[in-house]
Design a protein around this ligand. Sequence first.
Ligand SMILES: *[C@@H]1O[C@H](CO)[C@@H](O)[C@H](O)[C@H]1NC(C)=O
Ligand SMILES: *[C@@H]1O[C@H](CO)[C@@H](O)[C@H](O)[C@H]1NC(C)=O
Ligand SMILES: *[C@@H]1O[C@H](CO)[C@@H](O)[C@H](O)[C@H]1NC(C)=O
Ligand SMILES: *[C@@H]1O[C@H](CO)[C@@H](O)[C@H](O)[C@H]1NC(C)=O
Length: 467
Amino acid sequence: MGRSGAEPEASSVARAAVVALVLLAAMLSPCCCCASAARVGGVGRRRERRLQLHPVILIPGAGGNQLEARLTEEYSPSSFACRVWPVVRGRGGWFRLWFDLSVVVAPLTRCFADRMTLHYDRAADDYRNTPGVETRVSDFGSTSTLRYLDPNLKLLTGYMNVLASTLEKEAGYEEGFDLFGAPYDFRYGLAGPGHPSRVGSAFLQRLRKLVESACAANGGRPAILVAHSLGGLYALQLLARSPPAWRAEHVRRLVTLSAPWGGSVQEMLTFASGNTLGVPFVDASLIRDEQRSAESNLWLLPAPRVFGNTTLVESRYHNRSYSAKNMTQFLRDIGFAEGVEPYRERIRPLVEALPEPGVPVTCLVGTGVDTVESLVYGEEGFEAGPEKVVYGDGDGTVNLASLVGPIKAWSGSPEQVVEVVELPKVSHSGILNDKNALDQILRVIDAINLNATSPSIHRSSQDVLYK
Ligand SMILES: *[C@@H]1O[C@H](CO)[C@@H](O)[C@H](O)[C@H]1NC(C)=O
Ligand SMILES: *[C@@H]1O[C@H](CO)[C@@H](O)[C@H](O)[C@H]1NC(C)=O
Ligand SMILES: *[C@@H]1O[C@H](CO)[C@@H](O)[C@H](O)[C@H]1NC(C)=O
Ligand SMILES: *[C@@H]1O[C@H](CO)[C@@H](O)[C@H](O)[C@H]1NC(C)=O
């Protein structure tokens, strides 16, 4: 789940500082923003002997997206630094907003936070950007913006570099022909029935079109959606909001990696204290307010359906304990009353139901990594940070109960095929570059493609895989 998904082991300041330098070097290199995929020759030759593959569409987790921004007349900078930073020449004034390393430079953290912040517009019942800040996701359809981070960079989650390359090298996939990417503005979310979500709905619409064109370009073979973290929740909503006939025609399987079906307890920590992702020298309170403003973070709070009455947070200052059912009280007590209405009206109805995807699903989940299970805040209140953190099973970011939530929810339906693959000791983002995890993803995709082209093989592999 992207931005709240920093790996605990990556939080060492020394390591993060080294990573910061690497990132800085990458930013300063001339090609830092030209993310368009440089397609090399030999395409014609390769196409002739192409395998008849089901197209794959990669949908990243939150932090795996790249976001660009430009500032208009309406923008009111909160400081001199924000007035002059960044210097953009050409490119229509667009610069990279996420992820940009300038966030670690103290005066610029505020500029970053201001520009990233969303606002709930009560009259419109929807979220919008900060006035004067236009944002966009570039290269929709291409995997290029999903790959811009160094594959060895463990600081941020969500990168899909290694996965995309593995599909190309090991499974014969080819960017733009049968391999596509669906980036999105991860700050926005979706809402329950009857509530508008302009940005999130537009993404679903774009994704639907991409799926259709990918199928059409590949002999009508239905696509395989491979989604990491928050991307899995979006993919599920796409399927749930599409007619069964559309699903059958266009999607062969949904493959989710670390999908937080019922949110995560760590998200409550993010709301209460902020999560600097292990980036050193960043003012957590600025980042916290920005993170609170993101609708997708409300979406990722622990869902009552999965966490029930279990106490997740205790505050000795308030003499209260909070379960997933007490989320509005929790939001009020941490000082984020603005979040109560959108959470109650838009998000809770959305997370209360976990609709069936209506296509076969494979959920790959990491387990056996220490994951925040409950938090105790002392007499000092939430500002002081948790006094005690209790860890339990999960992928380091998402609790096991949330990762395997769909089994329970969907097991009642004989129509719904669900395969769960547990990957011991694989973390939330590690699933995107762990050797065993990648092998499992390839196995799933190979099985689908073999089934399509070679019925004699499919029978035996199907027995093993899909019980
Ligand atoms: C949760 O608490 C409510 C009321 O406090 C109670 O009615 C319900 O049975 C409890 N559910 C579980 C699963 O314990
Ligand atoms: C919490 O309980 C303590 C002692 O039991 C009391 O002194 C304090 O006023 C209570 N705080 C609140 C917010 O109720
Ligand atoms: C939390 O919810 C439970 C059950 O709905 C309720 O009994 C309890 O009073 C709530 N606690 C707070 C702190 O709101
Ligand atoms: C293999 O083909 C059968 C029949 O077309 C289908 O029901 C099954 O889901 C396929 N298996 C996979 C892994 O796609």
